[in-house]
Design a protein around this ligand. Structure first.
Ligand code: TK8
Length: 338
């Protein structure tokens, strides 16, 4: 009797521990602590998705893969973190594609203005052949590109005047991301473009070191740019993706089971983040209006004029990035559009 009960208990205990630890128990997964850095604050879309990723990873690894998230560029700007990952000093991060173009120039395709018309087109290209090929190119630079999150369509804010026409940008010192194409585009439109890491931006706007900047609505709201920027102009001039990255040096020390769990959690975070970003964008617009920002939208005719103005920059970088790549890009967009 007693022995039977003991056996039963033993069986029960084994079943329980397997279920609790899930896949991770059987698989080759060691306890690890992963540092994950990002540039925006904890209340941003980025912050919420980082917490989601950490929770998801901990859950599916049975508590073994723990992620500590560091927002507000506490581990450094996008560029600094890219360097830390490549050198193996930090495990993971999420950041914009624009500064990545310094490592793999082809990421510059996402800095070409007025490319995508909708989030759907962006998703198709990012999750399709071109987007995935670009992620693979990162390996030679010491980075593993996992998934794309949405940063989003960018709009302009400034402290001087509403932008109705490109000419209104004359004399405006406009902070741009650290990227050659962005610099060329905004100087050609007539602004005085100033490249600067995001981590220095709020202070630069507050002290009037620069007059304006451009970012998605979600960021303008979460980073409280409305406190120092009275004018918001809806231009949707470019769509910037964020990329979730891992250090290749570190990645190569992981077991295939561990890599699989991280890829799985990253994919779940992508779906969560895109949905959250799109819902947040609509809400953020209302918040910005209530905060007293003066909001205008550039007319489709003016967008067409701006497009024409920046065409020489697009032509220049089409040559530099490779006309075949740009053709593939336009074909994939066209396919998503139809
Ligand atoms: C945050 C940045 C930000 C980007 C920028 O680290 O720099 O303006 O849009 O999201 O990556």
């Amino acid at each position: 009797m007693i022995t039977r009960l003991k056996t039963r208990l033993l069986v029960l205990a084994t079943v329980l521990s397997c279920t609790v630890a899930g896949v991770a128990a059987a698989a080759d997964v060691k306890p690890r602590l992963i540092r994950f850095g990002y540039g925006l604050n904890d209340e941003s879309v980025q912050g919420r998705a980082a917490r989601f990723l950490a929770q998801e990873l901990e859950k599916i690894s049975g508590g073994k893969l723990k992620m500590k998230t560091f927002g507000s560029a506490n581990l450094g700007s996008d560029e600094q973190m890219q360097g830390a990952l490549a050198g193996g000093a930090q495990e993971m991060m999420v950041g914009s594609t624009a500064p990545l173009a310094g490592m793999v120039k082809e990421f510059g395709v996402f800095d070409l203005p007025f490319l995508f018309n909708s989030e759907k087109e962006a998703d198709a290209v990012l999750d399709g052949q071109l987007g995935q090929d670009l992620l693979k190119k990162l390996e030679a630079r010491g980075l593993i590109g996992l998934v794309y999150w949405e940063n989003g369509f960018r709009n302009m804010t400034n402290s001087k005047r509403p932008i109705n026409r490109a000419e209104d940008l004359q004399g405006i010192k406009l902070r741009v991301m650290q990227n050659q194409i962005a610099l060329g585009v905004f100087n050609t439109l007539g602004a005085n473009a100033v490249p600067m890491p995001f981590s220095e931006l709020f202070t630069a706007l507050e002290t009037r070191t620069v007059d304006g900047q451009e970012n998605p609505i979600t960021t303008i709201q979460s980073s409280k740019f409305y406190e120092v920027q009275p004018f918001l102009t809806i231009t949707r001039h470019v769509y910037t993706p964020w990329v979730v990255l891992a250090s290749k040096k570190w990645w190569d020390t992981l077991s295939p089971d561990e890599q699989k769990l991280i890829r799985q959690a990253a994919a779940a975070s992508r779906d969560f983040e895109r949905k959250d970003s799109r819902a947040d964008s609509a809400k953020a617009m209302t918040t910005l209006e209530q905060a007293g920002m003066k909001i205008n939208t550039v007319s489709p005719e003016e967008v067409a004029r701006m497009r024409e103005k920046v065409q020489p920059v697009v032509d220049k970088y089409t040559q530099e990035l490779g006309p075949e790549l740009i053709k593939q890009l336009n074909d994939e967009i066209q396919k998503a559009r139809n």
